[in-house]
Design a protein around this ligand. Structure first.
Ligand code: ADP
Length: 590
C-alpha cells in the first residue's frame, strides 16, 4: 500500500469499490482454507483412520466422498474463481482510475508552472514521471492493497488454523518468519533509496536522448556523433549499474523468503513426522497442517513483494509529489477581475526587472507608452532586453506593482488570462504543433473556419505556399508530416496570431527569415487592420523604420523613443546602429 498527500484521497474516493474487492478477497481466503480439511478427510479415509467432520466421526464411503468432499470442493472452486475475478477488477480497476486522475492532475499543474520551472527541470525527466513513475504507483496501489489484505487475512486465518492444530509447532514455524520480517524491513529501506537512484539515472538518460534527437542536425553538422555516442554509453552504463544493484538486492530479498519458507517446511516435516510417530497427529492432520502452511507461503512472499513494491512506489510518488508541490509563482492575486474590452494602450512605468534566477537587472527603469492602434518597433542589440519586455507584457513573469499598465489598469490588478486573451503573439522560435496547417492557424479556436484561416494566411503571405502542398491546408506538419522552411514556419505562425483578432499583436523577431519583399507585404497587410496595437521586435532597422514609433533599447534601458527620422537625428547610438547596418547591407550586396 502506498500513502501520500496526493494519493490518500483516492482511497476514500474509491472506497465502495475497494470494500467490494476486499469482501471478495476475504471470501476467497476463507473458502480457500477448506481445501486442506478435505485433503485430511480423503487421506484419513484412505488410510482407514477416523474421518472427523465437525468433530464427529463419519463413515468414509462414496456418499461421503460426493457429499462432504466433492460438493464443498466444487463450491470452493466456484467461489474462488468468481471472487478472484471480482477483486482483480475492483483493485486493479481502481488503480488505473487513480493513476488516470493523478496524470490529469499532474498535467493541469504542469501547465500552470512558470518558465523558470522548465528551465531547471528537463523534458526527459518530466516524461519519465508520466511513464515509469506513474506505472510504479499504479502497480503499488493495486497490487499493494491486494498483497497487504491478502497477507493479513489469509496469513492470519491460516496461522489461527495452524495454532489450533498444534501450538508448539506453530510457534516454532513462526521464528524464521520473524527474522524474515526484520530482514525485509531493513532491505526495504535500502531498496527505496536504490529505486530513487534508478529513476534519477533513467531520467538523465531520457533527457540526454531527447536532447540528442532535437539537436540531431547540429550533432551531424559538427560531426560529433561519436562523442555523443560515448556520452550515451556512459549514461547507459550508469543506468545499467544501478539497475543491476537494485536487482541484486531484490533477488536477495526473494532468496531470503525462499530460504525461510523452506526452513519452516523442514521444521514441520521433522517435528510433524515425530508427532505422527508418537500418535499425537495422524497422516491426514499432517497433510492438513502442511496445507495451511502452504496457504501462509503466499502471504509471506506477498510481504516481501509488498516491501519491494512499496519502496519503489514511495520513491516514485516522492518524485511526482515534487512536481505537484512545485510552486505556481505566476498567478492571479485574489479577487482580480478580467480586463474589460481592451483598446490596446500599454504603459511601462519605471519598470526594473530581474529574472528569478538572475544576478543582475535585465531591465532598468523602463518607461514608455504605446497608444491604442499604434505600431511600435523595438530595436536594440542582442541581449539588450527586447524579448523580456514582451514576455512581461504576456505575464510570463511577475512584475512589480505600478510598473506595467494595459488600458491604464495595473496588470497585477487584472486576471492574467484576460491579459493574454488580449494579445496575439508570434514567438521567436515560431513553434508549430504536429497538426494540420489549418489546425495550427486556427489554434486559438475550437473549430476551424476555413475562410478565416485563408484570410489570415493571405495576410501573412503564406497562402500561395500552402496551396502548393498536395493536401493544402490539410497538410500535417512536424514529426508526423512535412517539414516546412523557416520562412514558411514564421508566416504560418504569424497567420495563427492574426487569426486570433486580438487588439494587441506582438511579433518577436518574426520576419527575420523572410525576404524583404515578403516582409514589406506582411507589414503593409498589418497596417490594414484598423485599431490594432502592433509591437514588432526586429533586428533590421528597415523592418521598423516606417512604424509610428521606435523604442531603442540598450543594456536593459530605453535609450530613446520616437519616429525613425527623429531618432536618427537626435540619438547618436541609434544613428550609429543604422549606419552600421546600411554599411553591412551595401557590403553584402557588393
Ligand atoms: P533580446 O531579446 O534583446 O535579445 P532578452 O530579453 O532575450 O534579449 O535577454 C535579455 C537578458 O536577459 C540577456 O542578458 C539574457 O541572457 C537574460 N535572460 C533572458 N532570459 C533569461 C532567463 N530566463 N533567466 C535569466 N536570464 C535571462
Amino acid at each position: 500500500m502506498i500513502f501520500g498527500k496526493y494519493i490518500n484521497k483516492y482511497y476514500l474516493k474509491n472506497a465502495p469499490i475497494l470494500i467490494l474487492g476486499l469482501a471478495a478477497l476475504i471470501l476467497v481466503d476463507y473458502f480457500q482454507l477448506f481445501i486442506p480439511e478435505l485433503y485430511r478427510m480423503v487421506i484419513n479415509g484412505m488410510n482407514g483412520d477416523p474421518v472427523l467432520v465437525n468433530g464427529q466421526a463419519a463413515v468414509f464411503d462414496m456418499e461421503f466422498l460426493l457429499d462432504q468432499v466433492c460438493r464443498p470442493m466444487i463450491i470452493t472452486i466456484i467461489v474462488m474463481v468468481v471472487g478472484r475475478f471480482l477483486w482483480r477488477v475492483c483493485f486493479f480497476g481502481s488503480a488505473i482510475r487513480v493513476v488516470t486522475d493523478l496524470r490529469t492532475c499532474m498535467f493541469a499543474h504542469s501547465k500552470e508552472l512558470s518558465q523558470e520551472y522548465y528551465q531547471v527541470n528537463k523534458v526527459g525527466n518530466l516524461m519519465s514521471l508520466y511513464t515509469n513513475d506513474l506505472d510504479t504507483v499504479q502497480e503499488c496501489f493495486g497490487d499493494g492493497i491486494l498483497m497487504f489484505c491478502d497477507a493479513l487475512f489469509l496469513g492470519l486465518l491460516a496461522v489461527i488454523k495452524m495454532w489450533r492444530m498444534n501450538h508448539f509447532l506453530t510457534g516454532l514455524s513462526m521464528i524464521p518468519m520473524a527474522f524474515l520480517m526484520a530482514a525485509g524491513t531493513t532491505l526495504g529501506k535500502y531498496l527505496m533509496k536504490k529505486w530513487e537512484e534508478r529513476q534519477a539515472a533513467f531520467s538523465e538518460l531520457s533527457d540526454f536522448a531527447q536532447e540528442n534527437y532535437s539537436g540531431l542536425a547540429v550533432i551531424k553538422a559538427f560531426v560529433k556523433e561519436t562523442k555523443e555516442l560515448m556520452m550515451f554509453r556512459r549514461l547507459n552504463r550508469e543506468n545499467e549499474d544501478i539497475n543491476v544493484e537494485y536487482t541484486k538486492i531484490s533477488t536477495l530479498l526473494n532468496i531470503m523468503v525462499t530460504l525461510f519458507v523452506e526452513s519452516v517446511i523442514c521444521v514441520i516435516l521433522g517435528y510433524g513426522g515425530y508427532l505422527v510417530y508418537c500418535g499425537s497427529f495422524d497422516a491426514g492432520q499432517l497433510v492438513e497442517y502442511i496445507g495451511y502452511f502452504s496457504a501462509v507461503v503466499w502471504p509471506i512472499m506477498a510481504v516481501s513483494m509488498l516491501i519491494e513494491k512499496t519502496s519503489r512506489g514511495k520513491a516514485s510518488l516522492n518524485r511526482i509529489t515534487e512536481l505537484l508541490d512545485a510552486k505556481v509563482d505566476v498567478k492571479d492575486r485574489g479577487g482580480v477581475q478580467d480586463l474589460p474590452s481592451i483598446h490596446g494602450k500599454i504603459e511601462f512605468r519605471n519598470l526594473t526587472f530581474r529574472y528569478p534566477d538572475g544576478e543582475y537587472d535585465v531591465l532598468k527603469n523602463v518607461s514608455f507608452t504605446i497608444e491604442p492602434g499604434e505600431s511600435v518597433g523595438i530595436v536594440g542589440k542582442t541581449g539588450s532586453g527586447k524579448t523580456t519586455i514582451v514576455d512581461l507584457l504576456l505575464r510570463t513573469y511577475n512584475v512589480p506593482d505600478g510598473t506595467l499598465f494595459i488600458d491604464d489598469h495595473d496588470v497585477n490588478t487584472v486576471s492574467i488570462h484576460s491579459v493574454r486573451e488580449g494579445c496575439a503573439y508570434v514567438p521567436q522560435d515560431n513553434f508549430l504543433f504536429s497538426d494540420s496547417i489549418s489546425g495550427n492557424i486556427s489554434f486559438a479556436f475550437d473549430d476551424e473556419n476555413q475562410e478565416a484561416i485563408e484570410d489570415a494566411a493571405m495576410m501573412s503571405d503564406v497562402h500561395d505556399n500552402i496551396a502548393e502542398f498536395k493536401e493544402g491546408y490539410r497538410t500535417v506538419l512536424g514529426e508526423r508530416g512535412v517539414t516546412v522552411s523557416g520562412g514558411q514556419k514564421q508566416r504560418i505562425s504569424i497567420a495563427r496570431a492574426l487569426m486570433k483578432h486580438a487588439p494587441i499583436l506582438i511579433l518577436d523577431d518574426s520576419v527575420s527569415a523572410v525576404d524583404t519583399k515578403t516582409e514589406r507585404t506582411i507589414l503593409d497587410n498589418l497596417k490594414k487592420r484598423e485599431g490594432l496595437t502592433t509591437i514588432l521586435i526586429a533586428h533590421r532597422i528597415s523592418t521598423v523604420e516606417q512604424m509610428d514609433k521606435i523604442v531603442f533599447v540598450e543594456d536593459g534601458e530605453v535609450h530613446a523613443v520616437g519616429k525613425h527620422e527623429d531618432l536618427y537625428r537626435t540619438c547618436t547610438a541609434y544613428r550609429k546602429m543604422v549606419d552600421l547596418q546600411k554599411l553591412e547591407e551595401e557590403a553584402g550586396e557588393e
